[in-house]
Design a protein around this ligand. Structure first.
Ligand SMILES: Nc1ncnc2c1ncn2[C@@H]1O[C@H](COP(=O)(O)OP(=O)(O)OP(=O)(O)O)[C@@H](O)[C@H]1O
Ligand SMILES: [Mg+2]
Length: 207
């Protein structure tokens, strides 16, 4: 009689399940349903750690955020990355902070976290710079100051020089972005990102 021959004993299968559970737990409930990814987003995710940026743009309610999360999930599968946020380890009375593998932040929240004098701004900048994948939601919805534009530039430039993957969603086409994020950040995003316009009506309002 074989011992331990259960379907769940296959290590590859266990890893795959762990990854799927981690992805499902990471994505907010509203955006967990499977949707069809646009082809450029499928190709972007398949590039794994060599993926550049993905810029999803379109009008309100067209599905940018949902598509971004679906692309994030596809990227995690392509790279075998378990997505987790920053946190703290407590070992033998010593507390260590660890950074996120995948960092998701709303642009308005990010700029609030980075305002002058805000607590932990350095760590947030570093998380955004160093996460394996950064997703900034709703870029251009914020009213940044020169100071917050500089912080955002620090984030984007670091990822630009290191060629780290990025997802951005925005109501704005890239050419209108410079007024919100500054010329230097907008220029880098234009070079880094695959532009994916989403069209259609507001999915929140049944026609
Ligand atoms: N491809 C899709 N198929 C079915 N439902 C979708 C799809 N994409 C998005 N949705 C649903 O449509 C609604 C709006 O999507 P979402 O929030 O992603 O839009 P958005 O473009 O990010 O809007 P906003 O500009 O206001 O941020 C959500 O309930 C979402 O789950
Ligand atoms: Mg959105």
């Amino acid at each position: 009689m074989q011992v331990g021959n259960y379907p769940g004993d296959d290590p590859d299968e266990q890893l795959r399940r762990h990854l799927e559970n981690s992805i499902a737990g990471f994505i907010p409930p509203r955006f967990r349903a499977e949707i069809e990814l646009p082809k450029p987003a499928v190709e972007w995710a398949a590039n794994g750690h060599n993926a550049g940026g993905l810029y999803l743009t379109g009008p309100v309610g067209v599905g940018k955020t949902h598509t971004a999360y679906a692309a994030l999930a596809a990227w995690c599968r392509a790279t075998n990355t378990t997505p987790f946020m920053a946190g703290y380890d407590h070992n033998y009375g010593v507390t260590n902070r660890y950074g996120p593998t995948v960092h998701v932040v709303r642009a308005t929240t990010l700029l609030d976290q980075l305002r002058p004098g805000a607590d932990g701004a350095r760590e947030i900048v570093s998380d955004c710079q160093r996460a394996r994948l950064l997703y900034i939601d709703d870029m251009g919805a914020e009213k940044p100051s020169e100071w917050t534009q500089e912080r955002l530039y620090e984030v984007i430039d670091e990822r630009y020089v290191a060629c780290r993957p990025l997802i951005v969603t925005s109501n704005l086409p890239p050419k209108s972005l410079a007024d919100h994020v500054g010329e230097r950040t907008a220029s880098r995003l234009a070079e880094m990102c695959e532009l994916v316009p989403l069209t259609g009506s507001d999915r929140r309002r049944p026609q």
